[in-house]
Write a protein that binds this ligand. Structure first.
Ligand SMILES: NC(=O)c1ccc[n+]([C@@H]2O[C@H](COP(=O)([O-])OP(=O)(O)OC[C@H]3O[C@@H](n4cnc5c(N)ncnc54)[C@H](O)[C@@H]3O)[C@@H](O)[C@H]2O)c1
Ligand SMILES: [Zn+2]
Length: 411
């Protein structure tokens, strides 16, 4: 029955003697099904060495006998750091030509956040897929940092309503956090990640060779997500980060590999067992430090890397946790020392930016955080170093004091 008809009959019913008597008959058939998701997350080296069969096994997992059509989009910053990469991919496909058909030369896309800034890049990639007749049994491979993976993920999720997507994350942040997740997006209307979908990947292939090629700035940036997840979920991992901060600060390979894998696994656990993989509730439990971080990213026109903004957001919310009496005195200094030891700067003038009424602009990040999800404001703070706690209001005066504290610490 159309909705308006239901409404008018109900109204007629309620008028009878002032009693709430419904004359509306309704039948309902509940539709219910669940779809299991599973995808492998590999940790390997030299992914495109022809002897490395990780990609081959991934492509042939469902249909071993078929020749699989693939399109590859690459972050041009990665190609700049690894100029032979395109040739290596072509050689890999040629060496396994019975199973892999690279339908076009790998397509280079803008580096970093700029790919998320313009919808034209999304359309450009969709056009490639349409022209190459990529279907739902073909594969899209994205090779790059979190930004490229987010943008290509959106293309893969929306073209033909979903094409198999293989992520090859190339930054610390993409390997230990975003790459293993189920989200994709681009920025729109001045809002970070406004346009996107939830769409689990077909597989995630982490190759440590890409981490070696990273500039220091991006080696450091992704470590913020490891500190974040350790602080809210895993005291033991937090202690490990403290104990290994010297090694991480010089990008010791064993330490970096462990940090990346452990952090990725903690994110995977949350998605699989946290009860809300597609974030339909009011909380984003893994987004500790992120309400301020996302706002800082937009306030600084993305001159800060996501991880750099997250480090500041973590410092801010840890200080806030102390000021609001949730966390022991001194714990904030410990967390800041760790982050600084890893190479982060815990201050940016953007924290002090004010709007026309003199209000701290970063505070709008709180509204935007809850507007994004809907429902009650839910922010994760700390009650221990290793245990997060959700709160539903933030005292703006204490936020301002936390910002002031960060400013004074800097000098
Ligand atoms: N989908 C999610 O769940 C999720 C989670 C966290 C972050 N993100 C998103 O991820 C993005 C941040 O990702 P990021 O920190 O990886 O930064 P990024 O993707 O912006 O990359 C940073 C820079 O590193 C370059 N680069 C990438 N790999 C390289 C390599 N191996 N060698 C040399 N240079 C390389 C890029 O060209 C770029 O210039 C943000 O847009 C953020 O919103 C998404
Ligand atoms: Zn993040």
């Amino acid at each position: 029955m159309p909705e308006n008809q239901t409404a008018s009959r109900l109204q007629a019913g309620t008028m009878l003697g002032g009693q709430a008597v419904s004359t509306c008959a309704a039948e309902v058939s509940w539709q219910k099904f669940s779809v299991p998701y599973e995808y492998p997350v590999y940790f390997t080296d030299a992914l495109f060495n022809t002897e490395n069969h990780v990609l081959l096994e991934t492509l042939t997992r469902l249909e071993p006998q078929k020749c699989h059509r693939i399109v590859v989009f690459i972050d041009s910053g990665v190609v700049q750091a690894k100029p032979k990469l395109v040739l290596e991919i072509q050689q890999y496909a040629a060496a396994h030509s019975r199973s892999i058909e690279l339908v076009a030369a790998p397509v280079l896309m803008p580096a970093g956040e700029s790919i998320k800034a313009e919808l034209t890049f999304i359309e450009q990639m969709q056009k490639v897929l349409a022209e190459q007749l990529i279907d739902r049994h073909s594969y899209v491979v994205g090779i790059g940092g979190g930004a490229l993976l987010d943008a290509v993920g959106l293309v893969a999720a929306t073209s033909h309503r979903g094409i198999r997507y293989i992520r090859v994350p190339t930054t610390v942040l993409a390997q230990n956090d975003s790459g293993v997740g189920v989200k994709n997006s681009v920025n729109l209307f001045g809002q970070k990640n406004y346009l996107g979908t939830f769409a689990p990947p077909f597989a995630v292939l982490n190759d440590y060779d890409f981490i070696r090629a990273l500039p220091e700035r991006d080696k450091i940036s992704g470590m913020a997500e490891a500190v974040k997840v350790a602080l809210i979920r895993d005291a033991k991992f937090y202690q490990w980060l403290v104990a290994n901060a010297d090694a991480l600060a010089v990008y010791n390979e064993d330490a970096m590999r462990y940090m990346i894998k452990k952090c990725a696994e903690l994110h995977m656990q949350q998605i699989a067992h946290g009860g809300d993989p597609f974030e339909t509730g009011s909380a984003r439990p893994l987004d500790f430090g992120h309400w301020a971080a996302h706002k800082l990213e937009t306030l600084t026109q993305y001159s800060l890397r996501h991880g750099e903004a997250v480090a500041i957001g973590i410092a801010l919310d840890t200080r806030y946790s102390v000021l609001s009496g949730l966390l022991d005195q001194g714990a904030d200094q410990q967390v800041c020392f760790l982050l600084e030891h890893l190479g982060f700067t815990l201050w940016h003038e953007g924290l002090e930016a004010q709007d026309a009424e003199g209000k701290l602009q970063v505070l709008n990040g709180l509204n935007e955080f809850s507007e994004h999800l809907g429902g009650a404001l839910t922010i994760t703070l700390l009650e221990q170093l290793g245990r997060g706690i959700e709160v539903h209001e933030m005292n703006t005066e204490l936020v301002a004091q936390s910002i002031q504290w960060l400013k004074e610490r800097r000098s």
